[in-house]
Ligand binder design. Sequence first.
Ligand code: ADP
Ligand code: GN1
Ligand code: MG
Length: 367
Amino acid sequence: MPNQAKLSEALTAFFPEDTVRTARRHGSGHIHATYWVETEEGEYILQKINRQVFPKIREMMANIAAVTSYLERTLASLGRDPVRETLHILPDRAGECFYQDSAGECWRAYHFIRDAAVFQKADTPELFGRAAQGFGRFLELLEGFPVNSLYEILPDFHNTPVRFSQLQKAIAENRAGRFKGAAREIEFVLRRQGTLSLLTDALQKGELPLRVTHNDTKLNNLLFDKKTGEPLCVVDLDTVMPGLSLYDFGDAVRFGASTAAEDEPDLNKVHFSLPHFEAYVEGYRSSAGEKLTALEYELMPEGARLMTLECGMRFLADYLNGDIYFHTEHPAHNLERARTQFVLVEDMERQWDRMKQTAANGKGKSK
Ligand code: ADP
Ligand code: GN1
Ligand code: MG
């Protein structure tokens, strides 16, 4: 948590002529410190950027600026609402898209999108289907964006074999002395070692297209219109990079098709909901559908399974490393998160044939 003096310094940098009424912690992200700010003139989101996770802030903000201005133009040309359907960066008093405070910490601000709802859980498949439309539309809107002009902000972010090597390193180093308490979870991953490279292999062989992807498609990174209930705006654009549609598809399913929270300690409550999966495939089909290839449809179950296993490996590695990456609230937090992910993976494996059937029915254009 940044100290008050640094927060005040950042507020002055972004709102030099304005009067700040409130600056309050907001949201439940695992990475940044986010504030909702109310001033005389408007409402904003102010974030202290996590520099350990994102050391290349200039490049990250350049990606976000390029993508949001492209979205703004595209939305306007489609007669949609460019003000509420994309993020807008608020420059600091020097006109920069981030501000570095006197302690070296970096801050950025966005215009707050009002009358929007955020969900931590998709209570119905129907809601999750609408989320699929929102994330699918994001993919579709960025179809014409020059993918190679983006910086690869976090290389190998969804490279599952690389994530496995990082876990192996964490196991070997056992920095926090937690190896014994995580033996069963480690065993769970090791048994699946042979299955990790399916997506990266297909990418390398040129079988799957490289697209502009979001890479962090958690349900709470999508705002819904409070009045209409329709998906409104995709937020948290830090990891927008060249990637596979199956990263976005899989990561969304990982989080949203669970019957429980990502950190639910009672594993009896954690199940993979096939109706949610079906709704997500259908929502994707109705938005990004035309653009996806037959193989992208066919591998949707693999995308869901691998992104879930990968996220579990990341939580587990962070647990073994002593909680240096994700925000945690108690010592077992990362281990509990890893466990829910592995329960979901097992549940997907049990329902594999039905998942494959659903994906096959989604079709997709041939390559
Ligand atoms: P983190 O990377 O830590 O998850 P996010 O960028 O996702 O941070 O922001 C945290 C939360 O703040 C989001 O889940 C969303 O609820 C809210 N939020 C972010 N940007 C905006 C915005 N421009 N307008 C309204 N709400 C926002
Ligand atoms: C982090 O920032 P947030 O909370 O939306 C993480 C994602 C993980 C997710 C797990 C940059 O997302 O990759 O899937 O936690 N973001 C980064 O909840 O590592
Ligand atoms: Mg977020």
